[in-house]
Structure formats: structure tokens, C-alpha cells
Design a protein around this ligand. Structure first.
Ligand SMILES: [Zn+2]
Length: 401
């Protein structure tokens, strides 16, 4: 966010708006805050008092000061609250607690089938969140919000999964409502690729406003950050590129019911199937990655071809949204440079020069941490938004009266 002041739409303190300037963690003086916002020093003082009483900010020592009384600098206190983050995959579950900058404080992962249904999986999440809070000597009162990633389409406005293919029992389930009944905090739910895009940007590309995150695993999907904002589209299905038809897929059946989809020829299971047709003993995408690591030429060729097929679809995406970074994640990206090479070959040769002049196509740097970090950032983004903080400040001042 720029250092420009926005008009507070809720509450009278405007403390939430002022706080946005401090979210980067950099200490600032009252004079600096007054200069940036154009607010009177007395107004700044009132708003800082409100944030201080919430425990969200505090004074920091100024080591650089020489002589005299050091100027009083104020900064975010990242550990003043915690957020709950959960990355619930097809067959794994990862729950973590993070501070207000997204720094992980404690986490727990185990194998858990999403097909066990929402009550079992979310119950597991709540149970382990409580354990992690206890480990840190904290309680539910320290929690400010939860961010949850699910391996299927989610209607973001309601947090309900929409016809998720691998999640029996989850269709239209009120995930935020269920969690809220057990933990009374705001709950935000999104699909796994969107939260991976958020995590990748936070981890490695904070200055990049146009980032395209592609996940290649059992399925293929993408998370689109454009002008600094995650793009979900009207129903939350923006970036669902796995079922775009590609030329080499003609006539090949996809699990969605159509034929010729990208996912039907370039996902992990699809690459494994193509190697089986060559008489190779390969069951899963992970087997393909293992063969590539051992330098198996058939597997390398198949992965590179999948990269070209993905590149065909990405060329269209590049024309539409003009990203400056495309990051490849998901289990098949562990096949390394071969997948990237196929993608680059097609995207760089088929896109218009202006669109690729500064385009980087890279392997995800956040890798296995992308999803859980993104889930934290999803929770933080909404919990620390101006309206949320103004409401918090208003509630605190009315309960103090
Ligand atoms: Zn399909």
C-alpha cells in the first residue's frame, strides 16, 4: 500500500487507516506519520493511543540516535496477536500459528484425507490450533483471524466449496460458520492455488504487483495477482486454467467430462499415463519426478512436452494479464528445469515481445511453504484491514466506558 491516507469509512478514530502505514514493520516517528498523512499531531496522537491500547503498536528504541533524547519511534508489534493458518490438501493437513507479519511461530503437519469430510478435518484443525496455542503459552483470546486453503473451488464471499471433485461431503459446507462456532474469530477460506500465490508473493516477490502462480500436480490451476490484488473473479473460479483445451489434447478424455483439456495431458497423472503407454512402470506424478531425477530420458521428454503444453495456455494468459513473474509450483515442479524449459520455450517464442521483455518464468521459491504462508497472509489481510481495526478500536473503547 502506498503511504497515502485513505478516508476511513467506519468508526470515528481512523486508527485502522493510520495502522496501514505501520504494517510493514518499519518504525516511524509521530512527525513522520503526520507528514505522510497530513493529519494534525493531536489527531495522530489519538489514533496511536487507540492502537496502543489494543496492543498492536508500541514504542521502539532508536539505536541510531546520537545524543539528546532519542525521538520516540513507533512500530507494529508483530507478536501482539496471532493468526491461525491451515493448508488442507487432498491427503495432507498443515496447521500453523503466525505473527502479524506472517512469521511462523508453531506448526503441525500430518497425513489426513480431505475425503474424511469437513467435520473430521476441521475438527482436527481446531484441536491442533489449541495445542499449538498452548505450546506458545497463548490462548484463543490471542487469535485475531483464521485463513484456510482447500484443494478445490471455493466461493470466496461465503467460504463454501463449490462442487469440489475430490472432497466428498464438502460441497456448499459452511466452513467459516462451522469454525466460528468452535473458535469465535473471523474465518477466511480460499482455494489452495490462490493462497499459494499470496504466499509466493509474500515470500519472494513483495515488490511484484503482477504475479502469476501456476500449480502443476494432480490437477493444474493458477492464482492471479494483478495490480497487487489477488483476482478471484465473479464466482471465485478465476485462474482455473486446467480445463482450457490445448492442441495436442484433441480427443483425450478429461475427468471433467470434456476432452482435450490441458490437465488431461500435462498433469502428473497424465504424464504418468503417457509413460505407461510407452511400457514404463509408472503409477503417479511422484514416480515421474523420481524418474526425472534419475535422468530417465523418456520421463525427461514427457515432462518437457507437458511444459510446452502448459506454455501454450500460458501464452494466452500472458497476453491477457501481462504478468512480470510466472512462478511454477506444485509437486510436478519438482521435476525442475525440464518442466520450466518446456514452458519457457513456448511462452517466449509465441508471446508478443513487449509482454515478455521483462517476464521471468521461475520455479516457486516459497515451494512447500507457499500455501501455509499464504493462508496466514489471507487472515492478516482481512484482520488488519482499516475497517476491521476501526471496529476493534470502537469495541474496545465502548467496553472501557
Ligand atoms: Zn477437463
Amino acid at each position: 500500500m502506498s503511504d497515502a491516507m485513505r478516508t476511513s469509512v467506519l468508526g470515528s478514530t481512523g486508527a485502522g487507516d493510520l495502522f496501514q502505514l505501520l504494517r510493514d514493520g518499519r518504525p516511524r516517528t509521530r512527525a513522520e506519520l503526520a507528514a505522510v498523512t497530513g493529519l494534525a499531531r493531536s489527531t495522530i496522537g489519538l489514533r496511536l493511543d487507540a492502537l496502543t491500547s489494543l496492543g498492536l503498536i508500541g514504542p521502539v528504541a532508536d539505536a541510531a540516535s546520537t545524543g539528546g533524547r532519542p525521538p520516540s519511534r513507533i512500530a507494529l508489534k508483530p507478536s501482539s496477536r496471532v493468526v491461525l493458518a491451515a493448508d488442507l490438501g487432498a491427503s495432507h493437513a498443515h496447521v500453523a500459528l503466525a505473527d502479524l507479519m506472517g512469521g511462523e511461530l508453531a506448526s503441525h503437519t500430518e497425513r489426513l484425507e480431505i475425503s474424511l469430510g469437513p467435520e473430521v478435518v476441521l475438527g482436527w484443525m481446531v484441536e491442533h490450533a489449541d495445542r499449538l496455542l498452548a505450546e506458545l503459552g497463548k490462548s484463543r483470546a490471542d487469535l485475531i483471524a483464521a485463513g484456510i486453503g482447500l484443494p478445490g473451488p471455493v466461493e470466496f464471499s461465503t467460504g463454501r466449496p463449490v462442487n469440489p471433485p475430490i472432497m466428498p461431503g464438502w460441497d456448499a459446507f459452511d466452513v467459516p460458520g462451522w469454525v466460528h462456532r468452535h473458535m469465535p474469530i473471523p474465518v477466511y477460506v480460499d482455494n489452495d492455488v490462490n493462497i499459494m500465490a499470496l504466499g509466493e508473493r509474500t515470500h519472494s516477490w513483495p515488490e511484484v504487483d503482477h504475479l502469476f502462480f501456476l500449480k502443476v500436480a494432480t490437477g493444474i490451476g493458477s492464482g492471479i495477482i494483478s495490480s497487487g490484488q489477488l483476482q478471484r473473479g465473479a464466482q471465485g473460479s478465476a485462474g482455473d486454467i486446467g480445463h482450457i483445451p490445448v492442441s495436442r489434447g484433441a480427443g483425450i478424455q478429461c475427468r471433467c467430462g470434456n476432452t482435450g483439456c490441458l490437465e488431461a495431458i500435462a498433469s502428473g497423472p497424465a504424464i504418468a499415463a503417457s509413460l505407461r503407454r510407452q511400457g514404463r512402470d509408472v503409477a503417479t506424478g511422484d514416480d515421474v519426478v523420481e524418474l526425472v531425477r534419475r535422468g530417465d530420458l523418456d520421463a525427461v521428454r514427457a515432462v518437457r512436452q507437458a511444459g510446452r503444453d502448459i506454455g501454450e495456455v500460458l501464452t494466452t494468459c500472458v497476453s491477457l494479464i501481462n504478468p512480470s513473474v510466472i512462478a511454477l509450483g506444485g509437486s510436478m515442479s519438482e521435476a525442475g528445469e525440464h518442466l520450466l524449459a518446456g514452458v519457457r520455450e513456448v511462452v517466449y517464442s509465441r508471446s508478443m515481445p513487449l509482454a515478455t521483455e521483462h517476464l521471468q518464468i521461475v520455479q516457486s521459491r516459497a515451494a512447500d511453504d507457499a500455501a501455509i504462508l499464504g493462508a496466514s497472509m489471507l487472515a492478516i489481510h482481512f484482520a488488519l484491514a482499516p475497517e476491521a481495526l476501526d471496529a476493534l478500536a470502537a469495541a474496545a473503547s465502548s467496553s472501557a466506558q
